[in-house]
Write a protein that binds this ligand. Structure first.
Ligand code: GLN
Ligand code: ZN
Length: 789
């Protein structure tokens, strides 16, 4: 019997918990397996241990709806593809249970062909070659990446993995009654792609549903009373076909399994005009994200059919702040009074996958800051307290509620968070601070005369390979084994060598290589007031790759210059122009856990002012060119198009605030490492950077359409070298790409560069690729000179 059926209690859920383990045990186990150091049995043992620990942790924290099948070795969307047998032919799967090797081939690709005999895609016979991984995309507006399902026109689905059932049974054997989690069929299809542009993935729903029904039947047969089905697509702009697909899918499940209870979960936003649709699907429960969309509670309470269980997502599953529990109870008590304890459940806004595991591991955090935070384990505790307060009254948990309110009060008034100088400075920002002193045409004339660069100037995006030596020195320095003086000397040598090499091969505009930076956001966060860093606060970015986002907890200011000394050193060893290299405010914001007590736009503006000071200090030091990277600007776009403009307005404003404090002769660069510009080109143009470098190699310059159609006036650096692959492009290939670009844009607009920083590449790859790139620019110049004769 589940606790929720006991009188006087209320069900609390997590919707899913982090998989990686408190000490990144999953990463270690995966990498050991991939490198051949351990076998599949060892990996399975670690994975089972992590699942068991997750169940135990939730139980001990007081969670009653404990999930199963939320665990994944790599990615839950990939798990779903494997479950339904959506495995593209290149992986050589011949039916039956999908092997671990096939699973990881889909996840990561392979170096060598895993099924030489089935391979028929045009490679030289007998030569060892690999298969590419499935494409990867961002999971809604999170920094989690999923493996994109790939469907063919004649796609068939079949049950190819019983993982949901296996995991449910595994939990049961350990004494846990769980609520299995499935990714919903409609969201799953909508996340997929096809090589065939005429195939609408939703048209495959009829073929897909029987596999889902099969899985649900097996779960029910094994004793599952409830199943959680995630349909986050419900919070995006929905067309009629998707609405119909949802009705059809849940109608089919209700018909096939009238007794099985489905908790339909929506998260990352509000249902908007799909609320009625969701409330009337034939399911037993509906989960609402009340952190992102608190306003939907009243509507849901008044419109929900009598028997529907509402799961209220009130604890933030996307951020690390401790909640103000008494304040939440004010709203929740009304909901419970209206619907009764058995028709209300409490949950985080979304799965806890997106937050670090346990705050208790952080011994170095400031004690005040620590008292304002909650990671997944602490959030479970908060949920349990809410559940008890709602079931038995606030007095049952009075000390917990008092502590929660007291922490909120301290945070609201702490000097560590609130800096009146920063606030007045933000208040004093005016339009003039967000405008360059002259327009681009005039700036270009002044800058051209000053810089005297050739046509098609060549440059790179900033970082050069972070070799094992560089990483070793950094970690020795961090541990205290290498003192400051030696570390600095090492970095200077590395920097100078890299500059010499750039001169040698003939690059026109140089970079210092970024050897002193651990990460393009962390490096700045560590030098700014208002940011804190964790030791173990890892969250999954994709597969075995985890990130440790900075915590932006307070008003942001810059105690002193952050990059000027490095720039001065770099420029001192060369006569060629050296770019100053900074990370932009929007990117710093989007890659951090951001405070929830001021609007994001305000936090962004504060960062913008701090980086603006750095830009001005670089200019004062003599920098003629300053690059402000906004790698994450596009990924901050809200899920619904109606919210885009507001975001773009303040994002662009922040960038301009950062970049506009310099004279007209100072050239501002920005860099964006993606290729979809079509729908945001007006905002890109409004940023008014003198030069923007972008990714173009993989899309074969197609993305330039957006720039041409818009008549983008400023200069563009074309990423003609795909740095995401170890492959070295040859000169001809880059000349051809540039020729395509010249059909779309004027020669005087074009720069030549790789499509992103080189930090993840090896010198052996970078050297020939950049030599070829410089040669490509030379050939173009020769062509132009010839044509002019
Ligand atoms: N300047 C950074 C680098 O070269 C930019 C990285 C990025 O865009 N992701 O590493
Ligand atoms: Zn990039």
């Amino acid at each position: 019997m589940s606790v929720s059926s006991l009188a006087g209690s209320l069900a609390v859920s997590t919707l899913g918990v982090p998989r990686i383990g408190p000490r990144r045990e999953l990463k270690a186990a995966l990498e050991s397996y991939w490198s051949g150091q351990s076998d599949a049995a060892a990996l399975a043992t670690v994975a089972a241990g992590l699942r068991a620990a997750n169940w135990a942790r939730q139980k001990s924290q007081g969670i009653t709806n404990i999930p199963s099948n939320d665990f994944s070795l790599y990615d839950h969307v990939l798990d779903t593809s494997v479950m339904v047998g959506a495995i593209p032919a290149i992986y050589g799967w011949n039916g039956g249970q999908v092997s671990l090797d096939t699973y990881f081939a889909m996840a990561r690709g392979t170096q060598k062909d895993i099924h030489a005999e089935t391979c028929a895609h045009g490679h030289h016979g007998g030569e060892a070659h690999g298969v590419p991984a499935q494409a990867m995309m961002k999971w809604f507006d999170t920094n989690y990446h999923y493996m994109v399902p790939e469907f063919s026109k004649d796609q068939q689905f079949t049950l190819a993995s019983t993982k949901p059932v296996d995991d449910y049974r595994e939990a049961k054997a350990l004494g846990y009654e769980t609520r299995p989690v499935l990714l919903g069929p409609v969201t799953y299809l909508k996340l997929g792609k096809s090589q065939d542009p005429t195939l609408d993935p939703l048209s495959l729903l009829n073929r897909l549903l029987p596999v889902y029904v099969d899985v649900l039947r097996r779960l029910a047969a094994n004793g599952a009373a409830w199943v959680q089905i995630d349909e986050p697509c419900l919070v995006t702009d929905l067309d009629e076909a998707t609405r119909e697909a949802l009705r059809q899918a849940y109608g089919t499940f209700a018909h096939a399994l009238p007794k099985l209870k489905i908790m339909l979960t929506t998260y990352f936003g509000g249902l908007g005009d799909a609320l009625d649709l969701a409330l009337h699907l034939p399911v037993a429960g509906l989960h609402l994200d009340l952190v992102r969309a608190p306003e939907q509670l009243d509507a849901a309470l008044s419109k929900a059919p009598r028997g529907l269980v509402l799961s209220l997502g009130v604890i933030d599953g996307r951020n690390i702040w401790r909640a103000n529990l008494p304040k939440l109870l004010d709203r929740l008590e009304r909901a419970v009074a209206q619907r009764g304890t058995d028709h209300i459940q409490i949950a985080p806004s979304c799965s806890l996958l997106h937050v670090p595991i346990d705050l208790e591991q952080e011994n170095d955090l400031d004690a005040d800051l620590k008292s304002w935070l909650a990671f997944s384990v602490q959030k479970m505790g908060e949920l349990a307290v809410l559940g008890r307060a709602l079931a038995s009254g606030r007095r049952a948990v009075a000390p917990e509620l008092d502590a929660s309110a007291a922490a909120a009060e301290r945070r609201a008034t702490s000097k560590k968070v609130h800096d009146t100088a920063v606030q007045s400075r933000v208040a004093a920002v005016d339009a003039a601070m967000q405008r360059r002193p002259s327009d681009f045409a005039r700036r270009k004339a002044v800058q051209d005369a000053r810089l005297n660069l050739p046509l098609f100037p060549t440059t790179t995006i900033g970082s050069f390979p972070q070799t094992a030596d560089v990483r070793k020195a950094r970690s020795a320095h961090a541990k205290g084994a290498l003192d400051d003086a030696h570390y600095t000397r090492f970095l200077r040598e590395e920097t100078e060598r890299t500059i010499r090499w750039q001169e040698e091969i003939g690059l026109d505009v140089l970079v210092h290589g970024e050897f002193e930076r651990n990460d393009m956001v962390q490096y700045f966060g560590e030098q700014l007031e208002g940011f804190a860093f964790t030791r173990h606060g890892w969250v999954q970015s994709y597969g075995s790759r985890y990130v440790r986002p900075p915590i932006l907890f307070g008003d942001v200011s810059r105690p002193k210059p952050m990059t000027v000394d490095w720039w001065l050193y770099a420029q001192s060893v060369t006569d060629r122009p050296m770019k100053g290299m900074l990370t932009g405010p929007v990117t710093i914001l989007n890659w951090s856990f951001v405070r929830d007590d001021v609007p994001r736009s305000t936090a962004c503006r504060q960062i913008a002012l701090a980086i603006r000071d750095e830009v001005q200090d670089l200019e004062k030091a003599g920098a003629k060119m300053i690059q402000i990277d906004e790698a994450a600007l596009r990924e901050g776009l809200p899920l619904r198009q109606a919210d885009w403009q507001t975001y773009l307005d303040w994002a662009v404003e922040s960038f301009r605030l950062t970049s506009s404090g310099v004279a007209e002769e100072t050239q501002i660069h920005t860099h964006m490492c993606y290729s979809e510009f079509g729908d945001i080109i007006a905002a890109i143009a409004a940023m008014d950077a003198d030069v923007i470098s972008i990714e173009t190699s993989r899309s074969k310059m197609e993305l330039l359409d957006a720039f041409r159609t818009y008549k983008y006036p400023n200069e563009i650096g074309l990423g003609v070298y795909d740095i995401h692959s170890p492959r070295v492009p040859d000169t001809i290939e880059m000349v051809q790409l540039l020729a395509l670009a010249r059909e779309q844009l004027a020669d005087r607009q074009l720069w030549v560069n790789p499509d992103c920083g080189l930090k993840t590449r090896k010198w052996d790859e970078v050297r020939p690729a950049l030599v070829n790139m410089v040669e490509a620019a030379r050939r173009l110049r020769a062509n132009v000179a010839q044509a002019a004769q």
